[in-house]
Design a protein around this ligand. Structure first.
Ligand code: GTP
Length: 541
């Protein structure tokens, strides 16, 4: 048996991810090592690159899975350029283990921090790879590396990663950390292979057999799509859930069509079946590949277009800006990114976290202060209304970001993440009847006592404006600044006066003030709920 483990290479632009992937791999896929012509031209990785190496399964893993013979590491080379963060997020969601590549001369850079956040929120294990150590002055190299490693440990300590995570110093191009003699004798390719061999051993010693949910409905994130004359359309990608076999019927939601699987390949080897975690190329009868450069293949009928979703917010502490209700953010699910309008709210009576019920009333939250260096314990939810529907499975993870921030501004653009707790989707067969969803804001109005009628009754003025419907306030509670609670019984007159009655007689001190004509010293407060959101969530925008 062979098990596939996806290793993501993430890091700031030019830190050496592609060089490292090349050095680690013996098998290249159709999309490896910056094959994209634009990539070659610009010298940066524009798309995800896939390559692999197969190693003997370590005894540690064999003891867990006795018929395990080999482990295939599929390296997912993510782009580093800031403008390609969507591709990075999409790529990160298919990885099991993360190599965070850091340029030894530059240390932690903006996209390094963003990649840490992505790895953290997807709860991946990590090795930090300090690359290009050949560029450090030989005389001071050890000291510099010690200093940088110390800094990286400090950064790790502020994250949810294990602060003992391995930090590995390499040069993907030069001999460093390899026996000197070998370097002089062997050519660059062999040397880089040796350098990497150490790192590879290290990866082998740390990986776990990923938990795969092979029985769930198929979801495959496709990253490339092309046609081969006479054969069909090939979709390459990673199965993130379930499994697929030759002759299975799969759906291409982007074109709302179904196709029978003609053949499956894994790194050019034909296979009959593939399952969660595998990187595959699936050949189906012809469709226009341009309609789905990047997308999803699923079990027919499984995924739906989601129009609105509710999540519990997990704020990202590097994000320096306030997160505001009624603002827009970019939401990424899988490889797709759309804009969404957002309303923030929280439970009225501190309910346990993660629990969300459409039938409950929630309190509006205007904004969430930046949580830099502290993780909020509050349970804040967000209702996200997508500007264009997005395909998503139930409880999908989504990432909210402010992608229109200048990529050069050195700010983390990732704002928060969460799992979908609830969503509206257009099911082809039935339309759900949704309850009216209510989010309110506490408001208060202040009025003045105009007259004391008796110890159970007062007349209040200026509580309301002259216009407007006052009837809705009948029966509502008011509180005096002296503490007594009464009820609005009627409203009357040109000046919008109201009669307030008290079940218990007013306190002697209050009566003294009022009888002495000191009306101004007692304030009347009306606390009420204003509904910010009070509607049935529609399926069609
Ligand atoms: N001296 C030295 N140069 C390196 C090393 N690793 C990579 N480079 C060089 O750094 C430059 C960028 O390397 P890439 O591997 O393309 O970097 P990348 O992180 O994949 O780049 P993006 O995907 O565009 O972010 C290239 O010129 C490499 O030859 C190294 O260990 N030592």
């Amino acid at each position: 048996m062979i098990v596939n483990i996806n290793i993501g290479l993430l890091g700031h632009v030019d830190s050496g991810k592609t060089t490292l992937a090349r050095a680690l791999s013996t098998i290249a896929s159709t999309a490896a090592f910056d094959k994209n012509p634009q990539s070659k031209e610009r010298g940066i990785t524009l798309d995800l690159g896939f390559s692999a190496v197969v190693v003997e399964a370590p005894s540690r893993l064999k003891s867990l899975a006795p018929n395990l013979e080999q482990v295939q590491f599929t390296f997912v080379d993510c782009p580093g350029h800031a403008s390609l963060i969507r591709t990075i997020i999409g790529g990160a969601q298919i990885i099991d283990f993360m190599l965070l590549v850091i340029d030894s001369q530059k240390g932690i850079q903006t996209q390094t921090a963003e990649c840490i956040v992505i790895g953290e929120l997807l709860q991946r294990k990590l090795i930090m790879v300090v690359n290009k150590i050949d560029l450090l002055e030989e005389a001071t190299r050890a000291a510099q590396l010690q200093k940088l490693n110390g800094k990286l440990r400090k950064t790790l300590a502020q994250t949810s990663f294990d602060s003992d995570s391995t930090i590995f110093n390499v040069s993907a191009l030069e001999k460093i950390n390899i026996e000197v003699d070998l370097f002089y004798l062997l050519n660059i390719f062999l040397i880089s292979h040796f350098v990497i061999q150490d790192l590879l051993d290290n990866i082998v010693s740390q990986v776990e057999i990923p938990k795969r949910n092979k029985d769930a409905p198929l979801v495959m994130y496709t990253d490339h799509c092309f046609s081969i004359k006479g054969q069909g359309t090939i979709c390459t990608g990673t199965i993130v859930q379930g499994s697929v076999a030759v002759n299975d019927l799969v759906e291409i939601p982007a074109i709302k069509e179904q196709r029978k699987v003609k053949s499956i390949q894994m790194f050019r080897r034909p296979v009959q079946t593939a399952a969660m975690g595998d990187r595959v190329g699936i050949c189906v009868p012809q469709f226009n590949p341009k309609t789905m450069e990047r997308g999803i293949l699923t079990q027919p009928g499984y995924l739906n277009n989601v129009y609105a979703a509710c999540i519990r917010i997990n704020p990202i502490r590097f994000y320096k800006f306030a997160i505001r209700s009624k603002s827009k953010l970019h939401i990424t699910i899988g490889h797709d990114t759309v804009m969404a309008n957002m309303i923030l709210f929280k439970s009225v009576n501190n309910k346990p976290t993660e629990e969300f019920n459409l039938n409950d009333e929630y309190e509006y939250v205007e904004e969430l202060e930046p949580t830099i260096n502290s993780i909020t314990e509050d349970c804040i939810f967000a209702l996200l209304e997508f500007q264009t529907p997005i395909l998503a499975a139930e409880n999908a993870t989504l990432i909210a970001a402010k992608l229109d921030l200048d990529a050069q501004s050195n700010c983390c653009r990732l704002a928060f993440w969460g799992r979908m707790l609830w969503c509206t989707h257009a099911n082809n067969y039935a339309l759900e009847v949704l309850p009216i969803f209510k989010v309110f804001k506490h408001k208060s109005k202040q009025g003045f006592i105009q007259r004391l009628v008796n110890e159970h009754e007062i007349i209040v003025e200026n509580l309301f404006s002259k216009q407007g419907n006052r009837e809705i306030y009948l029966g509502k509670q008011v509180v005096l600044s002296t503490g007594e609670t009464g009820v609005i019984e009627s409203t009357f007159g040109q000046k919008s006066k109201v009669k307030v009655t008290f079940m218990n007689a007013l306190r002697p001190e209050t009566l003294n003030e009022l009888k002495g004509g000191r009306f101004g010293s007692v304030k009347v407060l009306l606390n009420y709920k204003k509904y910010i959101f009070n509607k049935q969530l529609s399926l069609v925008q």
